[in-house]
Design a binder for this molecule. Structure first.
Ligand code: HAM
Length: 410
């Protein structure tokens, strides 16, 4: 028996309904903030992802060569693709651009609960606004979107300027190595790496920075930060708007395109894979041949939000099982068309079974049975049976439609 590939999942209809319900809540929040949906290809030139991160990232991706010998990769994330698209299609559009996406990403990771090889992200990119207000908008939007799903989480906000200041004397590649340890909260590895670089003294200030929880302390530890006023303004906006967050200057973010404000959200009820969102301010466009436009965005790990929410009961509109005798069939097809035109989910029995068996089958999945026999075919009325209460009556189709609609979603 063939099985699905490792790290992928199948979704049955109940689960898809639950997922679409949560996705819809995120979409609605994005719409209210003016973020419009974009879509990029599922695969891109490999260069798009290695240009910034180096060849090391190939290990974590699905990379392949097509029949024309082109090196391609399934997208491991969508930010780089969105910026490529911005340069190709929308460079001259009035700024800022507010874009969002909901799409699957592919990473060659060791699968476990909440970590998959194919997973979905709901993300936004705000392109071309380089202000404290832009940074704050993106954080407030992330919080609004997560709140709309009902997930409980902790939001941590930081800024790379502090860490970068402390590491200013190191080569960019050495900075990246140190930040990777900080990102993984690997203090042993950090100490070893700093020793190897002849900078063991940095460990104490980095640890102090990671542990401090106020802006003033962070400014003291990291020294002269050029972005000081902007950082204070962003944080001031979040405070004034009542956003619930804590400051954390240890956030290094795994992806290496971030340049300023960074943030992450962690679901309270998840274990190891509890990071449900991450983002920040970044610059990528100039690397891909575009202008050096400032951008800011985040992506929510949709599957982790679903794991955190647990069993979301699928909420669906009432279902009508359309049941008929051979003599009623033509009229039943007509009634089915009219029920569907009225927006009602209607499933006709297809198995050519007796009325009793059809009704018993309808009772397993439908809320109502609409029965059309010879009597109904002749009178133009329908018999409607509430399958929960077994109450049954013969009425005009309009009255049946009204009754089903009054039932509401369940
Ligand atoms: P990221 O932190 O790599 O950021 O991914 C965003 C979210 O995707 C994570 O917080 C996590 O919830 C989810 N995620 C990542 N890997 C997996 C996986 N293997 N299985 C399930 N969920 C996963 C980005 O991708 C950036 N592009 C975010 C961004 C947008 N920054 C600026 N704009």
């Amino acid at each position: 028996m063939l099985k699905k590939p490792r790290g992928t999942r199948d979704f049955l209809p109940d689960e898809m309904e639950a997922r679409r319900g949560v996705e819809g809540k995120m979409r609605e929040v994005a719409r209210r903030w003016g973020y419009r949906e974009v879509c990029t290809p599922a695969f891109e030139d490999l260069d798009l992802f290695t240009m910034r991160s180096g060849d090391g990232i190939i290990e974590e991706m699905y990379v392949f060569e097509d029949k024309g010998g082109r090196k391609l990769a399934l997208r491991p994330e969508i930010t780089a693709a969105v910026i490529r698209m911005y340069i190709n299609e929308a460079k001259v559009a009035p700024k800022p651009l507010r874009w969002c996406y909901f799409a699957d990403c592919f990473r060659y990771e060791r699968p476990q609960k909440g970590r998959y090889r194919q997973f979905w992200q709901f993300g936004v990119e705000l392109i071309g606004a380089d202000t404290a207000l832009a940074d704050a908008e993106v954080i407030m939007l992330a919080a609004d979107m997560l709140d709309a799903t009902g997930v409980t989480y902790d939001l941590r906000v930081g800024h790379l300027a502090f860490m970068k200041n402390l590491l200013a004397a190191l080569e960019p590649s050495a900075q990246r190595r140190v930040m990777a340890h900080l990102d993984k909260k690997d203090s042993e590895g950090l100490a070893l790496t700093l020793d190897g670089m002849g900078k063991p003294d940095l460990a104490a200030s980095l640890t102090a920075l990671v542990e401090c929880r106020t802006l003033d302390e962070a400014f003291d530890i990291a020294g002269g930060i050029p972005d000081k006023e902007r950082i204070k303004q962003t944080i001031g906006i979040l405070d004034a708007q009542g956003v619930k967050y804590s400051l954390n200057f240890g956030i290094a973010r795994g992806l290496d395109y971030y340049t300023g404000m960074v943030f992450e959200a962690f679901a309270r009820n998840l274990g190891a894979e509890n990071q449900i969102s991450g983002g920040g301010a970044y610059r990528l466009s100039h690397l891909f041949g575009g202008d050096d436009v400032a951008s800011c965005g985040f992506a929510i790990g949709f599957d982790r939000v679903m794991v955190s929410l647990g069993d979301v009961p699928p909420l669906h509109d009432p279902v009508v099982g359309l049941v008929c005798t051979g003599e009623g069939r033509t009229r039943a097809l007509e009634v089915g068309r009219m029920l569907r035109e009225a927006g009602i989910r209607t499933e006709m029995d297809l198995m050519e079974r007796g009325l009793g068996v059809q009704l018993a089958h309808a009772a397993k999945g439908a809320d109502y049975a609409v029965v059309i026999g010879r009597r109904e075919a002749e009178s133009g009325q329908v018999t409607i049976k509430n399958l929960a209460t077994a109450e049954q009556k013969t009425v005009d189709l309009a009255a049946a439609i009204a009754e089903v609609r009054a039932h509401g979603a369940r």
